[in-house]
Design a protein. Structure first.
Length: 305
């Protein structure tokens, strides 16, 4: 179930709607996520009180299929690492297509930066770098110098090669790793998603990779916030730090005379469920004071990604 939405009207930043489903007895979060083009962590973040492997029959599950679009520009491919999600804006079309991702695990982090698609390859051969071959050899699982196309090729059936040297957007032979941090830095999609994306994305498409756990945006005059757990490296380096969320909100406010409910924003930041939540707008002073920033202190414990 690909997620494709018309771009919002000027002044709006949200697409999609949050939905719910009820489980049957054999459901797991991995199954539900793939069926609805979501990642495993999308569901665990949005439903922290539910057992992801034994949710039980008839349990109502939140599907976080409403999104604040990443910061502009809205062009080409935008990948938000903290969100584990890709956004594609087809040139000349007023729409956005979004898919969940698998990205590099800690120690093999996917980098941020800008580039473009330089080559497309169906049935790619994988040439594992020496660093990966050495890791596999240490684990008693030696790799050949080249892995030919087939069911055991980790690149899957399609690959988009990026100008960011050594990095690709590709399929996978282990689809249930999508929506988690499992790769050596490359960007993995469900087989059905890369199948569609491969045919849609032309060579030369710009690619922008960002790391934004907190997004803020407008919908019909109401300010929303969407909070995701920061990546584990970010937590180790900076600890619990909500200043980026404050900055995102201030940027979204711009010259607006309205002020958000900072207590409600703080609650969203602490929960980090990845679901856009409204911030009640009230008439007040233009911008938060330094005291507002300080109030968002180390009061939470975040799992990180």
């Amino acid at each position: 179930m690909a997620l494709s939405f018309p771009l919002p009207e000027n002044g709006n930043d949200l697409v999609g709607e949050t939905r719910t489903v009820k489980t049957v007895y054999e459901d797991t979060f991995s199954d539900i996520a793939r069926l609805h083009d979501l990642g495993y962590l999308d569901l665990t973040d949005a439903n922290p009180e539910v057992d992801p492997w034994l949710p039980g029959e008839g349990t109502e599950i939140i599907l976080p299929t409403r999104f604040i679009l990443p910061p502009e520009p809205r062009e080409g491919i935008v990948i938000n690492l903290a969100e584990l999600r890709l956004y594609y804006y087809p040139k000349g079309e007023s729409r956005v297509i979004t898919h969940p991702l698998g990205i590099g695990r800690e120690g093999w982090s996917t980098p941020t930066g800008t580039g473009r698609v330089i080559r497309k390859q169906a049935n790619p051969t994988w040439y594992p770098p020496e660093s990966i071959r050495a890791e596999h050899a240490t684990d008693g699982d030696p790799l050949p110098a080249a892995v030919k196309p087939g069911p055991d090729n980790p690149l899957g059936k399609y690959a988009l090669y990026l100008s960011l040297t050594g990095y690709l957007i590709h399929g996978t032979h282990k689809p249930y790793g999508v929506g988690m941090r499992v790769s050596h830095g490359c960007i993995r999609l469900y087989p059905e998603d890369i199948d569609r994306l491969f045919s849609q994305v032309p060579v030369g498409t710009p690619v922008r990779i960002i790391n934004e756990p907190y997004k803020a945006g407008w919908k019909d005059g109401q300010l929303y916030v969407e909070a995701h757990p920061p990546l584990s490296e970010q937590l180790k380096e900076k600890g619990i730090n909500f200043t980026p969320m404050v900055q995102a909100i201030i940027k979204a406010l711009g010259d607006s005379p309205m002020k958000p409910d900072w207590a409600g924003m703080k609650n969203a930041a602490l929960n980090q469920r990845g679901v856009p939540v409204p911030i009640t707008a009230i008439q007040a002073e233009p911008n938060p004071s330094q005291q507002d920033n300080i109030a968002l202190s180390d009061e939470a414990d975040s799992p990180g990604r």
